[in-house]
Design a protein around this ligand. Structure first.
Ligand SMILES: [Fe+2]
Length: 132
């Protein structure tokens, strides 16, 4: 389980709130995988929400970085595009293979690792770009 902590703080309340929501959804996926097999609809709903929320969050955060003239703005956009590529590939597989535990587990692991590393190495740079 991933837990939001102060070290993830970007100094932008809304960005942090969105990160908490993403972490929460990734943890919900882990919980579904660790419990008795749920109906496929549960995964459909969770993955559908995650997919659209990620898109909304990325766009919002990119605007924040652009406005704040954050030097890592381009790097952030590229990292987001790369993640969306991974997610799109996952969705194709999910559509073809259905809710296979190995497939869902690999997405869950990849998303948890990615968000943690990405927040710490890129998003946190927002803190330095805040207007004082
Ligand atoms: Fe980001």
């Amino acid at each position: 389980m991933l837990a939001w902590s102060e070290e993830f703080s970007t100094g932008f309340a809304l960005v942090d709130t969105q990160h908490r929501m993403l972490i929460d959804k990734i943890n919900q996926l882990e919980q579904l995988l660790n419990g008795p097999p749920p109906p496929k609809q549960k995964y459909d709903e969770l993955l559908g929400f995650l997919g659209s929320y990620v898109g909304t969050h990325f766009r919002f955060e990119e605007q924040c970085m652009e406005k704040a003239k954050c030097p890592v703005h381009e790097k952030n956009k590229q990292a987001h595009a790369a993640f969306l590529g991974v997610f799109a590939k996952f969705k194709e597989k999910y559509a073809a293979e259905g809710p296979k535990p190995e497939l869902l587990k690999s997405l869950q692991n990849a998303a948890a690792d990615w968000i943690r590393n990405h927040i710490l190495s890129v998003d946190r740079e927002l803190k330095k770009c805040q207007k004082s």
